[in-house]
Design a protein around this ligand. Structure first.
Ligand code: ARG
Length: 598
């Protein structure tokens, strides 16, 4: 009987020789974390001792239990060891019963059916959020990678997750893009490669705009008495004003840019194995939501006109935050006002329990302003549910020489090409993948390599984008994880594991000193705890360090197919490889990596 139900787990433990299994009903952790079985059983043994004679207690310091070996006195510590063969017996069934959900820290269906409540709470994870027409920066890259991890770890912990990106598709920069389009835009170039062409157009108009501003500055400072021109600035502001006022021509052009960009981004994110449930954008927010926010701010006495613009008194006492602009002088809205109104709107559409913004730590002040403004307008109920998860900068990510900026496709191509060099340098690994469609495989490997590299960096630290690292077949790389994953998949292909046999089969291969199999077993059992810590801190590096340590040990127990030939592998050994494969796959998926499957 499977270990996923109360009766099943009790029966299993009784078959191992544990007579009193009443502790099974004391904690639900037992069903997600096998170590909790050890702790609960130990606690049970202690409870049995508390009401007894001193002599009995003395003797019982060495209680007999199927789960533990006899304690060992090493001169400093009194150590309790796992009984390795029974750890294997328990863990193999436990992991195989759970399969893809081992490590999820989620109650099993059988328990839910028994009435344990695990109603999934709703979380929106907003990440990536590039700007229309502009470069895809290292910060957007990190947001994409870390955001995908956060979304998937929440999912694994039982949350109902909506993955959302928030395109920068509204605001003055769209006005500038339109001013550029009227001078440099080409339908032909746009159709051929829209993101690249818009980037070029944007770079050209930015250059002109900069010149215009510099010239104006000189005039103001009295260095030049020429006529001041604000041509581009006026064009930019007019276009954005037209957009906000619903001008049909302005909207048609903007829509054309936006739709094609979403199409392209969808393809590019797929190369990373990332998808969104909702391509939202700054443009989405309705007039009603904005009005609702402005009225609430006014009613609470924190919204005022200042020099023709509208500002929010974020804090009357705190000079640092002071007043923040919500509407420019010509009446158009700011990033801040749109973000605040978006919260109100999303809460109606999704009624979320939590919303997480995965955005560079550089925007910490902005999010403090958003949250504070909600408090001030009397919506602390919403502010409380929001969280900004920041991260450090990126070094070493540069556009190609002569290019006007970086696109996501450039980054992915670079990583794919670097990973190909690593494969060429390591013939054995190359062979593992060579039968597949090479373009698809290389692309997926490039993405895994890049993502694992970022995810192994502490979130708050700086990520060094290092193509040299990706181009080498190192141990601590995503490529190495995928290599062992593929190796194990092929070892296990066609293997059927007899679940009923698993409980009673011989696990003596895990006994003995310096047993390489047992070393791995001790790591596999820790996986659910690692996922939990990583969730609590939203630090992917815990899982990556764990996976790197795990595959580091794999060569110690690796048998080539040639070695195994003739003698069929024992069930214990097959189950062991199977469990390893499950943990490696679950670990990768929890990180948001999409392992290549054959
Ligand atoms: N598009 C913005 C940028 O590139 C990031 C948006 C972050 N999300 C938000 N709700 N403000 O800087």
């Amino acid at each position: 009987m499977a270990t996923t139900s109360v009766e099943g787990l009790c029966g299993f433990l009784q078959a191992m020789g544990i007579e009193n299994t009443s502790f099974v009903s004391t904690s639900t952790d037992l069903y997600t974390n096998p170590l909790a079985i050890y702790f609960s059983h130990l606690a049970e043994l202690i409870v049995q001792l508390t009401d007894c004679e001193q002599q009995v207690a003395y003797k019982s310091i060495f209680p007999k239990s199927p789960l533990f070996g006899h304690p060992v006195n090493d001169g400093i510590n009194l150590l309790f060891y796992f009984s390795n063969s029974n750890l294997a017996r328990l863990l193999m069934s436990y992991v195989i019963d759970r399969g893809a959900s081992y490590g999820n820290n989620l109650l099993t269906e059988a328990l839910v059916e028994n009435g344990v409540d695990t109603k999934g709470q709703k979380v929106i994870v907003e990440f990536s959020s590039p700007n229309l027409g502009k470069a895809f920066t290292g910060l957007h890259l990190r947001s994409t990678i870390i955001g995908a991890f956060i979304a998937s770890v929440y999912e694994r912990l039982g949350w109902n997750v909506t993955r959302m990106t928030f395109l920068g598709d509204w605001g003055k920069h769209i006005g500038l893009l339109a001013a550029g389009w009227s001078r440099f835009g080409s339908d032909e170039l746009f159709d051929a490669d829209p993101l690249r062409h818009l980037l070029d157009v944007y770079a050209q108009i930015e250059e002109l705009f900069k010149k215009e501003q510099e010239a104006a500055k000189k005039v103001h400072e009295g260095e030049d008495d020429a006529e001041v021109s604000h041509e581009i600035e006026a064009e930019r502001d007019d276009f954005f004003k037209k957009l906000e006022d619903g001008d049909p021509d302005a909207l048609t052009l903007w829509k054309r840019f936006r739709e094609v960009c979403i199409e392209r981004y969808t393809e590019l994110y797929a190369r990373l194995g990332v998808r969104f449930d909702d391509y939202s954008g700054e443009s989405d927010v309705s007039h009603e939501a904005i009005e609702e926010v402005e009225n609430a701010l006014k009613e609470n006495g924190v919204y005022r006109e200042s020099d023709g613009a509208w500002v929010i008194d974020i804090s009357k006492t705190d000079e640092k935050h002071g007043a923040a602009i919500a509407r420019f002088r010509n009446g158009t809205t700011t990033y801040l006002l749109r973000d605040i109104a978006t919260v109100v709107e999303r809460s109606k559409k999704y009624s979320f329990d939590k919303m997480i913004y995965v955005v560079s730590a550089r925007q910490t002040t902005h999010f403090q302003q958003v949250f504070k403004a909600l408090d001030l307008m009397g919506r602390s109920d919403l502010a409380q549910r929001l969280e900004h998860i920041g991260f450090g900068d990126v070094h070493g990510l540069l556009p190609k020489e002569g290019a006007s900026g970086l696109l996501l496709s450039d980054i992915l191509d670079q990583c794919r090409d670097a990973t190909k060099l690593a494969l060429d340098a390591d013939g054995d690994t190359l062979q593992l993948f060579s039968e597949e469609d090479p373009e698809r495989v290389l692309n997926a490997l490039g993405a895994i390599n890049l993502m694992a590299d970022d995810l192994s960096t502490r979130r708050g630290g700086t990520f060094n984008f290092d193509l040299n690292k990706l181009a080498n077949p190192g141990d601590y790389t995503g490529l190495n994880l995928q290599k062992w994953y593929t190796g194990l998949s092929s070892k296990l292909s066609g293997v059927e594991i007899d679940r009923a046999e698993l409980e009673s089969t011989d696990y003596s291969m895990f006994e003995g000193e310096d047993n390489a199999y047992a070393d791995i077993l001790r790591l596999l059992v820790q996986f659910p705890g690692i996922v939990k810590t990583s969730f609590e801190k939203l630090e992917s590096s815990h899982i990556l360090t764990f996976l790197f340590n795990l595959v580091d040990l794999l060569p110690n127990v690796w048998e080539d197919e040639a070695e195994a030939e003739g003698s069929s592998r024992s069930l214990a050994k097959l189950a062991f490889y199977k469990c390893f494969h499950v943990v490696l796959e679950n670990g990768m998926r929890t990180l948001g990596l999409a392992p290549l499957t054959a």
